[in-house]
Write a protein that binds this ligand. Structure first.
Ligand code: 4NP
Length: 157
């Protein structure tokens, strides 16, 4: 029987900025690392359900050769806590919301992306109300976090 793929869900508040950027970048980095994984993203809220990623996020993607144009926002569902091995959030507000939704068995799956790094500041804050620079900085932090997540997965699986 084929080994089950690792499943990773990136979560932010709206699923139009940080988590779709993480999804697109992680797909590329996991491919490059030769690690087969199911990768998806979702939002805590449903305000942007069905919408494409923010145009500034899509632009930041193009700069690192990641195409985010096909991604559409969705809200996290209770089934996601069963389906995914890693539920990877961007900041402490996301964590608080996720902990409130998850059953006790699933809370071990929840972490911040930057918990897979040695960085002192583990928050990837919302770039929504800022300019383009904010999105480029988020992309750089996501890349550091995804590198750490890949290292963790290689060691653990
Ligand atoms: P995200 O950014 O959580 O990185 O997708 C946000 C986008 C939109 C909103 C909040 C955060 N909003 O409130 O509409």
């Amino acid at each position: 029987m084929a080994e089950a793929k690792i499943a990773v869900l990136f979560v932010c508040l709206g699923n139009i900025c940080r988590s779709p950027m993480a999804e697109g970048l992680a797909r590329m980095r996991f491919d490059q690392a030769g690690i087969a994984a199911e990768i998806d993203s979702a939002g805590i809220g449903n305000w942007h359900e069905g919408e494409p990623a923010d145009r500034r996020a899509v632009n930041a993607g193009w700069k690192v050769l990641v195409d985010l144009s096909a991604l559409r926002a969705r809200q996290i569902q209770s089934a996601d806590f069963e389906r995914f091995d890693y539920i990877v959030a961007m900041d402490d507000d996301n964590i608080a919301a996720l902990e409130g939704m998850a059953g006790s068995q699933c809370s071990a799956k929840i972490s911040r992306l930057l918990d897979f790094t040695d960085l002192d500041d583990r928050q990837i804050t919302d770039p929504y109300y800022g300019g383009h620079d904010g999105f480029d900085s988020v992309m750089a932090l996501l890349d550091i976090g995804i590198t750490g997540l890949l290292r963790h997965i290689r060691e653990k699986h």
